[in-house]
Each structure stands twice: as C-alpha cells, then as structure tokens.
Write a protein that binds this ligand. Structure first.
Ligand SMILES: [Zn+2]
Ligand SMILES: [Zn+2]
Length: 140
C-alpha cells in the first residue's frame, strides 16, 4: 500500500490524477452531505388566534401578515370573511377582533395617540382594559 502511494507520489502524472480524484471525492461527499442535511425552510409566519369579523369564528392558524388582503390565509375558513387577531377580555371573557389603531395623520398629538392605543385595547363589551391577544390554550 505504502509502496503504491510512493510510486504514485513520484510520478507527477499519477500524482495529479490521484489528487484530482481525492478532491472530486471530497466534493462529492460534501455535496451529498449538504443535500442530506438540508433542512426544509421553516413555514412562514406564526400561529396566531384569529377571529372572523363577519361570522365570529375563532381558531388558530398560521398568519404572516394579517393586513395583507392578497393572502388567502387571512380569510375565514368558514365564510371567507375578513380575519383579525383575536383578543379576549379577562373581565367578561368577551372575544373580539383586534382594533386597528388609526395611523392616518389625525393622531399627531401624543395624548390623542396614547388615548387611541388605550381605546384600541378596551373591551367593546364591558369597557375593561384587562384585555390581551388570545393564546391557543384559550380556544375551546
Ligand atoms: Zn367567517
Ligand atoms: Zn370585557
């Protein structure tokens, strides 16, 4: 074995061939390895609890951008209506679609902005501010 290696090493043509062979072999191994270990891309978006603004259906689904009207994942699975992130009141257990905070330039005043944020979190049923986005565990 060693004799053969020595012979190859002292013959430049054989040596080049051997080196080329080794390089190709290593490249092939690397290619196969990278193909085998390549992970599938992670699915886009996060699992969020959504509520249909039309029929009130509440369920968990993967949402990338809930404001993107072109994304069919933002349509209700029951009626095809518009989905919003589901919020829940801790006081009265009322579930409601997240209120969008208007950002059309009318909220130039900091106090108005603050009040808009506060009002967006207010429960539409009992007026409590103890509201939060729903988690999957809260689904029945
Ligand atoms: Zn619906
Ligand atoms: Zn409430």
């Amino acid at each position: 074995m060693l004799e053969m290696l020595k012979k190859i090493w002292h013959n430049p043509r054989l040596r080049n061939k051997a080196v080329l062979g080794v390089v190709l072999f290593v490249l092939a191994i690397l290619l196969i390895y990278s193909l085998l270990t390549r992970e599938p891309p992670p699915p886009e978006g996060a699992i969020r609890v959504v509520i249909c603004e039309d029929c009130g259906e509440t369920y968990a689904t993967r949402i990338k951008d809930i404001d993107d009207p072109g994304d069919k994942r933002n349509k209700c699975r029951v009626c095809g209506g518009k989905l919003a992130l589901a919020w829940k009141c801790r006081e009265c257990k009322f579930e409601f679609p997240e209120n969008k905070i208007a950002s059309d330039g009318k909220l130039d005043n900091t106090m108005k902005k603050y009040q808009a944020v506060v009002n967006a979190n207010r429960c539409p049923n009992c007026g409590s501010l103890a509201t939060a986005p729903m988690s999957k565990d809260e689904l029945k």
